[in-house]
Design a protein around this ligand. Structure first.
Ligand code: SF4
Ligand code: SF4
Ligand code: SF4
Length: 477
């Protein structure tokens, strides 16, 4: 039974002793400890979760009643309850933006069927000029200088539409602000030459490449140019050039059309020595993307098979292919504060860990909201960033609480899932105060993650050094 947290101190208070006993003996009643058993689908273990603090334990099936009856586990947990509560509160409310998803253009040379950016914007939108892009980064530099600790370098991710349609401005910005930001590019790859790759590699820029399948028939089905041509071949050439570079990943959008190929995709990416990938279920924010939504349990079946396959490949070759969106959930369970992606927690990272800037300088809580004008909080050239973060559109995302969303408020895994995603929830249900898509997929991912932990397999799914800067504060066996 294990719980790893990266906290500093444990405070003890003898005065609370009586209350401690009360909480231990009256769990799930009044202000007693909240403990929910969950079926993780393991032959020997079940899970016990205290959902508010994201505390959990795996308990041998025959020992459940013994564990719940004033056991050392509960006494130890009780003593740390306040610390864990504070950690979750800080994680959910005290973080400051440290990254920006920056769209240097509205346009894209592709016309993927599930794209979350409205078609008209991608076709007829505009680029941000070189001058304006540099001006925006100057504003962001000043903002982060005043809001972040000195040692913390903020991140700028040039993002879709297709940022490299405005390559000259983007590369100039990377050169000019090399000391001030860590840069990343999320691209469809079609406009990258080998010289561009050398430029990006020489500056350690992180690169995210989109690819939806292991063969053209799968990859090009929904991702194609306006003229209907696929881009599989071009992306594969880039992956070949990138071999050996550790700061890139391949992002696969999973739809009902390609979900059955996830195992093949993992085999292919592993063969190509890709270090990291994401198997991202299609975001259902706009109606065109919802047409491609797979059924949760169908998707889960193929997704978990892909996770299994990545494990076998690692065992056979000694080389990991990290599936980052799953690894993030695993880390969220083992060490909640060490998670990297912020979609699986409520409130999500949109507007509080990062925000998005469109090609006109308009600011949104997340790129996923670009194209939904109700979520425009202001403009980076006209408004103070601090004021924008406090506007109603931003607050509707940053103050979204899973506790007021049904049925998530009662869900034991609510802090490993977060009822994602507010943009998707708004698109699907007209309100961010509802859950997004893929609830059952989350359930299956979390159960799978607990099974891995029960079998001591979790390290095989995590990036090397994931626990740097963390320390174990709860580990009882
Ligand atoms: S490449 Fe990205 S931005 Fe362009 S159409 Fe496809 S999903 Fe949309
Ligand atoms: S979306 Fe589903 S799994 Fe996620 S918190 Fe809500 S009820 Fe739980
Ligand atoms: S959950 Fe949605 S809105 Fe929030 S950060 Fe993730 S993609 Fe953006």
């Amino acid at each position: 039974m294990r719980r790893v947290f990266c906290v500093k101190n444990l405070t003890r208070d003898a005065k609370r002793k009586r209350k401690v006993m009360y909480r231990l003996n009256h769990f799930n009643m009044a202000d007693g400890l909240q403990l929910q058993p969950i079926n993780i689908g393991h032959k020997d273990y079940i899970g016990i979760i205290s959902a508010d603090t994201a505390f959990w334990a795996l308990v041998r099936k025959g020992l459940v009643s013994q564990t719940l009856d004033n056991s050392p586990l509960l006494r130890k947990y009780q003593r740390k309850l306040e610390v864990f509560n504070k950690e979750m509160k800080d994680l959910r409310t005290a973080l400051k933006p440290s990254a920006v998803y920056f769209n240097p253009t509205d346009c894209c040379n592709l016309n993927c069927s599930y794209c979350y950016i409205p078609k008209n914007l991608r076709k007829n939108g505009r680029h941000m000029s070189n001058r304006k892009l540099l001006e925006a980064l100057k504003i962001l530099k000043a903002y982060f200088k005043s809001s972040l600790p000195k040692a913390r370098v903020p991140q700028i991710i040039f993002h879709g539409a297709e940022p490299l349609l405005n390559k000259e401005a983007v590369f100039k910005a990377i050169e000019e602000f090399a000391e001030d930001f860590r840069f990343g590019i999320q691209t469809n790859g079609t406009l990258l030459s080998s010289q561009d790759i050398e430029f990006l590699k020489s500056r350690r820029i992180s690169i995210g490449l989109s690819l939806d399948g292991h063969i053209p028939r799968v990859a090009d089905r929904l991702r194609k140019s306006w003229g209907g041509y696929g881009v599989f071949k071009k992306v594969i050439e880039l992956i070949d050039i990138l071999r050996g570079y550790d700061n890139y990943s391949v992002i696969c959008t999973v739809t009902k059309e390609n979900m059955a190929s996830q195992v093949k995709m993992i085999e292919f990416l592993h063969r190509m020595e890709v270090p990291t990938c994401m198997l991202n279920p299609v975001r259902c924010t706009l109606s065109p993307s919802r047409k491609h939504k797979p059924q949760d349990m169908d998707l889960a079946k193929h997704y978990l098979a892909a996770l299994d396959r990545s494990y076998q490949l690692y065992k056979n070759s000694g080389r990991k292919l990290i599936i980052a969106n799953f690894a993030n959930i695993l880390v969220a369970i083992i060490a909640p504060l060490a998670r990297r992606l912020m979609c699986d927690i409520s409130p999500c990272g949109g507007g509080r860990c990062f925000f998005a800037v469109s090609s006109s300088g308009d600011m949104f809580p997340c790129s996923e909201f670009i194209g939904i004008k109700e979520f425009n909080g202001g403009n980076i050239f006209r408004d103070d960033i601090r004021d924008v973060l406090e506007t109603a559109p931003f607050k509707s995302v940053t103050q979204r609480r899973i506790e007021s969303i049904e049925p998530c408020s009662c869900c034991a895994i609510r802090h490993f899932c977060g009822a994602p995603c507010p943009a998707e929830a708004y698109g699907m249900n007209g309100s961010v105060e509802t859950k997004g898509a893929f609830c059952e997929l989350y359930v299956e991912q979390v159960r799978y993650a607990f099974r891995l932990i029960a079998d001591n397999k979790e390290e095989a799914y995590l990036w090397d050094g994931w626990d740097r800067d963390t320390r174990t504060t709860f580990n009882i066996k």
